[in-house]
Write a protein that binds this ligand. Structure first.
Ligand code: ADP
Ligand code: MG
Length: 728
């Protein structure tokens, strides 16, 4: 059968086609072992003959290929050892006025023979910085003039490395493509789809993508592969949807006059419009006899917890139990404390007689064993309606009487596997699931794009929430640097508290003692919690200011103690890693300083700054960086600076990460990433694919007509990826 051939060809070992030496080199460079992996190593771009590469856009510290013209050559002797340096300056304009790039060749006899003023060549190497200019040292090069006249086709520029430069990839790809035939790479998309969308056959698409006659052919081939990915994923999800439709959950309709109603009546504030609308959506879901699978999005501080709590109470009223999963012990404990407080007497089991109050338990890894045993008993008997905890809740010892709802807070911090483990705790049916986040992880955004996850959104903050102002602090400028520390002191003098977040806990042995003297010394090195604490301790203006460190290497009790005393106002400045990232709620904290902010991801930064401005006092977040204002990573910081809309940020995050990991855990040799499809840019393609798949699945003869397609989906998604998709 054709599909079997397809798998065997794409999964065939490269060495069978390219020889041992080449295949070993490819494995070393990219980890590729199969034909399919190399085939999907697509060019990043193409160079048209006569077109030069814009030098100002070259990424620093990456391996690049540049087509440019030599504008100057020179030679100098080495001072300290024998030999000479042959220096070539190239430009990206044929006339004068282009951007220039220097290249150096140590003992460059060959380069001296080959490269003259006016020569146009393709250079490959790593972009470095030398004195005040960009340079490539010891680049590989291929002179273009004659070759390009003989063959006017665009030149593919591949992701390459020093050991596996562009030219070699091109040669190997050419060699591999010689083995191509229609039979070996058969089409599996339905022909009528290819016709409607004007896509080339699969075999032709690979040829066009790697060696297009014209660039527009490569573009169409790219669309085809992106569509293929969207289509296959959508098909897999469609199949899954049919299975999920068959899954059972217990309906948990509201019961008037019980905990949920009592809770609403005792709330000290009125719910916002958004909270009410979202609450209604969730309540309706819980009434269904199939599992809810809903994402609750809302900015930090938008009041998601109250919404979740109302859903929890509805389930408890209907006789079920709920579990609230938090990513850290600190956060779980904080949820426990604030939920107990919000519930008041409603958290006392049996207080009002049968079915009135309910037990609320905290269960974390550090729980004492006596307490733990008691808690487990309450959970197993059903006396405890709400269990709050970390992933310790997933341990096998935890037996629920009737788990009806799983709420996952700050979902971006959890693996899908963990959530799944908890959901499997329900005995005969699947519990309803609600995941909450301020910044959805890329995979979640993807799932909503694919129409696979229901979403509820809280857009407006509750009244009285103060705004957060965010600023980038360029550390290269002394004025800003000094001001940063005065700003911290001022904040403390006002009676407020400050977070200082550093990208790591301690310095490596080699750096210890070097970084501590002053901030200037740390330029280029990320500042650690320990050196920050030491540095602040040594600054006269910080005399009398109480600082404390918090990070993951402290034991749980110490962490808790520090957090507690910060919450009580006994610490002025808390220096920490991202352990304080989520949920921590200290109303008096008004300033957050994030050191070397470019080291953090978009959603992390957004989560972090949500820690300030929580108590009606306006919050400020200062993000420091040593990078130049026009560095790409500073662009990311500017995005954070410009908006507090979590959804906008999630999209920016997704665009930046290129959706690499949405298909799940990276498995060697498996297809766990999207190659061509961009969740952001190809949205309309995904919608098209969804329509196409819907039409296909509606076809009464679907199974018999598309047997081949079904097995192609099987091959396309490997076992672990399919399993992964099935879990969420
Ligand atoms: P998040 O969405 O970040 O989880 P929380 O649920 O922690 O936000 O809510 C932040 C704060 O706002 C809490 O102190 C909560 O009690 C309060 N809050 C929630 N809803 C409202 C509301 N409708 N009016 C006023 N305050 C509210
Ligand atoms: Mg929260």
């Amino acid at each position: 059968m054709a599909e079997t051939t397809l798998t065997s060809f794409e999964s065939a070992e490269l060495s069978a086609f390219l020889g041992k030496k080449n295949s070993t080199a490819l494995e070393k460079a990219f980890g590729y072992m199969t034909v399919g992996e190399l085939l999907w190593h697509f060019p990043r771009r193409y160079v048209e003959v006569g077109e030069l590469t814009p030098i100002s856009e070259l990424p620093f510290d990456e391996h690049v290929t540049v087509v440019a013209q030599v504008v100057n050559v020179s030679q100098r002797q080495m001072h300290s050892r024998r030999g000479f340096i042959f220096e070539v300056t190239v430009s990206d304009e044929l006339s004068s006025g282009g951007q220039e790039l220097k290249m150096t060749f140590f003992n460059g006899y060959q380069a001296r023979t080959d490269l003259h003023i006016g020569t146009i060549a393709m250079f490959s190497g790593k972009v470095g910085w030398y004195q005040d200019h960009l340079q490539l040292s010891q680049p590989e090069y291929a002179i273009l003039d004659e070759a390009s006249q003989a063959d006017p086709r665009p030149i593919p520029i591949y992701p390459a490395s020093a050991k596996m430069p562009n030219k070699r990839i091109r040669d190997l790809m050419g060699l591999l493509l010689e083995h191509f035939t229609d039979q070996k790479l058969p089409e599996f998309l339905p022909r009528e789809l290819l016709r409607t969308h004007h896509y080339p056959q699969r075999h032709q698409a690979f040829l066009d993508r790697h060696f297009p006659k014209e660039i527009k052919h490569a573009y169409v081939a790219r669309q085809r592969f992106a569509f293929e990915e969207a289509f296959m994923l959508q098909l897999a999800l469609g199949e899954r949807g049919r299975q999920l439709g068959a899954q059972k959950a217990i309906a948990r309709p509201p019961v008037p006059g019980r905990l949920a109603d009592k809770f609403d009546a005792q709330l000290p504030f009125s719910l916002t419009e958004d909270q009410l609308v979202v609450g209604e959506q969730i309540s309706k879901d819980l009434e269904q006899a199939h599992p809810m699978h809903r994402l609750l999005q809302g900015e930090v501080g938008s009041g998601k917890t109250v919404v979740a709590l109302r859903a929890i109470l509805q389930v408890i009223d209907a006789g079920g139990q709920a579990a609230l999963l938090a990513p850290t012990e600190v956060l779980a404990a904080q949820h426990y404390a604030s939920i107990k407080k919000m519930l008041g007497k409603l958290a006392e089991p049996g207080l009002f007689g049968e079915g009135e109050g309910t037990g609320v338990e905290l269960l974390t890894g550090s729980a004492k064993s006596a307490h733990r045993r008691e808690a487990l008993l309450g959970i197993a008997s059903g006396e405890t309606g709400l269990i709050i905890g970390t992933h310790a809740l997933l341990s096998d010892h935890v037996q629920f009487a009737d788990l009806g709802l799983v709420v996952v807070d700050e979902q971006h911090r959890f693996g899908v596997e963990q959530r799944d483990a908890l959901r499997s705790k329900a005995v005969d049916s699947v519990p309803h699931t609600l995941v909450m986040t301020a910044t959805p992880i890329p995979r979640t955004v993807a799932m909503t794009v694919f129409g696979d996850l229901d979403t509820s959104t809280i857009k407006r903050l509750p009244a009285g929430r103060a705004p957060i102002h965010t600023h980038i602090v360029p550390m290269q400028l002394t004025g800003f640097r000094d001001r940063l520390f005065t700003r911290i002191v001022e904040e403390v003098e006002k009676g407020h508290q400050v977070y200082v977040v550093c990208p790591r806990i301690s310095d490596t042995a080699a750096e210890q003692g070097v970084l501590l003297a002053s901030y200037e010394d740390s330029s280029g090195q990320p500042m650690s919690v320990e050196s920050m604490q030491e540095m602040l301790g040594g600054m006269p203006e910080f005399a009398g200011i109480r600082t404390e460190a918090l990070h993951s290497q402290l034991d749980a009790a110490d962490k808790q103690a520090t957090m507690d005393s910060f919450a009580r106002g006994e610490i002025d400045v808390l220096i920490s890693t991202t352990v304080i990232e989520v949920g921590v709620d200290v109303h008096n904290a008004t300033l957050m300083v994030i050191i070397d902010a470019e080291r953090f991801g978009i959603s992390q930064l957004h989560q972090l700054r949500g820690r300030v401005g929580r108590g009606g006092l306006p919050g400020t977040c200062l993000m420091t960086t040593w990078l130049d204002a026009d560095h790409p990573s500073v662009g990311r910081l500017k995005t954070i600076e410009s908006t507090i809309d979590g959804f906008e940020l999630a999209e920016a995050d997704l665009a930046e990460r290129k959706e690499g990991n949405i298909l799940g855990v990276q498995q060697s040799g498996s297809r766990s990433t999207l190659r061509e499809l961009s969740i952001i840019k190809d949205r309309s393609l995904i919608e098209q694919a969804r329509t196409d798949v819907g039409r296909l699945l509606a076809d009464a003869n679907w199974g018999s007509n598309y047997q081949g397609l079904l097995s192609a989906v099987g091959n396309w998604l490997d076992e672990s990826t399919r399993e992964f998709l099935n879990k969420n």
